[in-house]
Design a protein around this ligand. Structure first.
Ligand code: NOJ
Length: 560
C-alpha cells in the first residue's frame, strides 16, 4: 500500500460560524479561528478542514456561494484568510477548503446572468427546463423538502435545485462551466492550500433526460437519487478534474458522497483511478433512519453498525482508502447518538473515539467532539436556524401533521443544529464564544461541558493521546482490519494486523458489564501491552477474559 501523508493525518473540521467569534457580532470568524490555532496544535491534529468561508447570502450557512474567490464579510477579509493559512502552516498543520460545486448561490453572477434570458451565454451553466402541463419538469424532491424545481418568471422556465431554491445546480455537461470551476480551484491551490473537501460531489452528473423517479406511493415529489447519485459521467468528470487540477499538487481530496456504495468507493478512491483520495460514505449515518428517511427515526443496532463498518473496512483494504467520522456539521453529536450523553458522557465519548481512531482510514474530528459536546434540545422551533429543519417543519405544518411532538423529537435527535451550537470554550456567558448576541443559542450544558473543563478533565487529553498513538504505531494507519466476536451483542471488537503485531480493540457500546473472551487463535502471543484505555486498568494479563465496565474501551498490542 502506498504511504501518503493524508493517510497518516488526523483532520479537524471547523464550522466557522459556530467556532469562535472575535469581534462580538455573534458569528464565528477567521480571527476567532486564528486565536484558537494553538489549541488545535495542542490537540495534535494535522489538517484543518474549513467549512465554506466564501461570500454567501447564507441561505444554507455558506453552502450557497455567490463568490468563490472572496471571503464572507461576516468572517473577515482575504487578508485574514491569508494570515490564517500562514499561521496554520507555521504550526506545521495543513488547511483544506470546502468546495461546493454541485451548485452555487442564486446570487452568484453566473446565475444572475443565466436567469436573464434563454440565450444568455451563462444560460447553460445551470439546468433549465420547460414545465410539463403547467407543473414541474419532473417529480424530483429537493433534499430540503418540496420540489427540486423552481419556476422563474423572467424566462418562464424552471431551474433545478437539489437543495434550497437559492442553490441552483450547475450543469456539468457544459465544458465551459467545468473549465471555469477548474480555474477557480487552481486559483485556491496556487494560494497554497492543501486540498479540498468536495460537497455532494457524487451528485454532479445527472441522467440525461432527467426522468421521473418511480413513485410507488403516489406522492407529489420523490427523491430522484437514482438519477443523479453516482450518475453516468461522474467518473469521467472526476478524472478530468484530477488531470486538470489535482494532479499538479500534493494535496488531499475527500468527496462527500451520500448514497455511495463500497463498489463505487473503490472506483472513486482506487490509487490507479486518479479521482479522489477518499470519500465520506453515509451508511453508518443512515442506521437510525426508517423507510421514511432521516426524520423517520428508528433505533440503530450494534449488529448493523458492525456489518456496515466491517464492510467498508474490508472492501477498501488495499483497493482504496476510508475516511472515518461519526459526526460533522450535518449530523447529530456522536455521544448523543451512539453513546450516553448523561451519566457516561465522558466514558462513551472516549469509547467512540477509540472505536473510530483505531480503524483503517483518515479520522475526522468535528469541533467540540474532543470535549464530548452533546446534542441540544431546544424546546421552541424559534431557536432553530437550519434551513433543512425549518423547511421540513413548514412542510409538516402544511400537511397538517398532528403530532408536532414527534416532529420535535426527531429534530432533537437528528437536526443539524445539534452540531451547530457554538463551541463551548468556558463557563462564562455564551460559553466564551462571543461577547455579542450569538446567532444561535448555546447548549445549556455549557457550564458542565466546555474546553476549559476538558483541559483539566480527560476527554481532550484522551483524543490527544489517540492522535499521538497514530504517529507512534504504523499499524494504526496501515494494519489490516478484522472483526472479532462478530455476534456479541454489546461488544464491538476488532483486530488490526501488521507483520507479527496485532492491536486488539475492545469497545463496550452499552451501559452494561459484558464479558470479553479473547478468541483462542489470538492467545499465542509472546508479548502484551495495554496501549490505551478509558478506565484505570490493573494488569495487561486480564485480556483473555474480562468483565468490561459501562462504555469501556481498551486497546492491547500483541506481538506474535
Ligand atoms: C452537504 C453539506 O455538508 C451540507 O451542509 C449542505 O447543506 C449540502 N451539502 C448542500 O450544499
Amino acid at each position: 500500500m502506498e504511504r501518503k501523508w493524508w493517510k497518516e493525518s488526523v483532520v479537524y473540521q471547523i464550522y466557522p460560524r459556530s467556532f469562535m467569534d472575535s469581534n462580538g457580532d455573534g458569528i464565528g470568524d477567521l480571527r476567532g479561528i486564528l486565536s484558537k490555532l494553538d489549541y488545535l496544535k495542542e490537540l495534535g491534529v494535522d489538517v484543518i478542514w474549513l467549512s465554506p468561508v466564501y461570500q454567501s447570502p447564507n441561505d444554507d450557512n455558506g453552502y450557497d456561494i455567490s463568490d468563490y474567490q472572496a471571503i464572507m464579510d461576516e468572517f473577515g477579509t482575504m487578508q485574514d484568510w491569508e494570515r490564517l493559512l500562514e499561521e496554520v502552516h507555521r504550526r506545521e498543520m495543513k488547511l483544506i477548503m470546502d468546495l461546493v460545486i454541485n451548485h452555487s448561490s442564486d446570487e452568484h453572477p453566473w446565475f444572475m446572468e443565466s436567469r436573464r434570458s434563454k440565450d444568455n451565454p451563462y444560460r447553460d451553466f445551470y439546468i433549465w427546463r420547460q414545465g410539463r402541463n403547467g407543473a414541474e419538469p419532473n417529480n424530483w424532491e429537493s433534499c430540503f423538502s418540496g420540489s427540486a424545481w423552481h419556476f422563474d418568471e423572467a424566462t418562464g422556465e424552471y431551474y433545478l435545485h437539489l437543495f434550497s431554491k437559492k442553490q441552483p445546480d450547475f450543469n456539468w455537461e457544459n465544458p465551459d462551466l467545468r473549465r471555469a470551476l477548474y480555474d477557480m480551484m487552481t486559483w485556491w491551490l496556487d494560494k497554497g492550500i492543501d486540498g479540498f473537501r468536495l460537497d455532494v460531489i457524487n451528485f454532479i452528473s445527472k441522467e440525461p433526460g432527467l426522468p421521473d423517479a418511480p413513485n410507488r406511493e403516489g406522492k407529489k415529489y420523490v427523491f430522484g437519487g437514482q438519477y443523479f447519485i453516482n450518475g453516468p459521467r461522474i467518473h469521467e468528470f472526476l478524472q478530468e478534474m484530477h488531470k486538470e487540477v489535482f494532479s499538479k499538487y500534493d494535496i488531499m481530496t475527500v468527496g462527500e458522497m451520500p448514497g455511495v456504495t463500497t463498489e463505487e468507493a473503490i472506483l472513486y478512491t482506487g490509487e490507479d483511478r486518479h479521482e479522489l483520495n477518499m470519500v465520506f460514505q453515509f451508511e453508518h449515518m443512515d442506521l437510525d433512519s426508517g423507510p421514511g428517511g432521516k426524520w423517520d427515526v428508528k433505533p440503530w443496532t450494534l449488529k448493523d453498525l458492525k456489518t456496515v463498518m466491517t464492510r467498508w473496512q474490508k472492501a477498501l483494504e488495499n483497493r482504496g482508502w476510508n475516511s472515518l467520522y461519526l459526526n460533522n456539521h450535518d449530523q447529530p453529536r456522536m455521544v448523543s447518538r451512539f453513546g450516553d450523553d448523561t451519566a457516561y458522557r465522558e466514558e462513551s465519548a472516549k469509547m467512540l473515539a477509540t472505536f473510530l481512531h483505531m480503524m483503517q482510514g483518515t479520522p475526522f474530528i468535528y469541533q467540540g467532539e474532543e470535549i464530548g459536546m452533546t446534542n441540544v434540545r431546544f424546546s421552541s422551533i424559534e431557536d432553530y436556524r437550519d434551513i433543512e429543519t425549518l423547511n421540513m417543519v413548514r412542510e409538516k405544518v402544511m400537511e397538517n401533521v398532528e403530532d408536532m411532538g414527534k416532529v420535535m423529537r426527531a429534530i432533537h435527535m437528528k437536526g443539524r443544529d445539534n452540531a451547530r451550537t457554538p463551541v463551548q470554550w468556558d463557563d462564562t456567558k455564551h460559553a466564551g464564544f462571543t461577547t455579542g448576541t450569538r446567532w444561535i443559542s448555546v447548549n445549556p450544558n455549557y457550564k458542565e461541558v466546555n474546553v476549559k473543563k476538558a483541559l483539566l478533565n480527560p476527554v481532550f487529553y484522551y483524543y490527544k493521546k489517540l492522535i499521538q498513538l497514530r504517529k507512534q504505531h504504523e499499524i494504526i494507519v496501515y494494519g489490516s482490519y478484522d472483526l472479532i466476536l462478530e455476534n456479541h451483542e454489546q461488544i464491538y471488537a476488532y483486530t488490526r494486523t501488521l507483520g507479527n503485531e496485532k492491536f486488539v480493540v475492545i469497545c463496550n457500546f452499552f451501559n452494561s458489564t459484558p464479558c470479553f473472551e479473547l478468541p483462542a487463535y489470538l492467545k499465542s502471543y509472546k508479548e502484551i501491552e495495554l496501549v490505551i484505555a478509558n478506565y484505570e486498568v490493573d494488569s495487561a494479563n486480564e485480556i483473555e477474559s474480562m468483565v468490561l465496565k459501562p462504555f469501556e474501551a481498551r486497546v492491547y498490542r500483541l506481538v506474535f
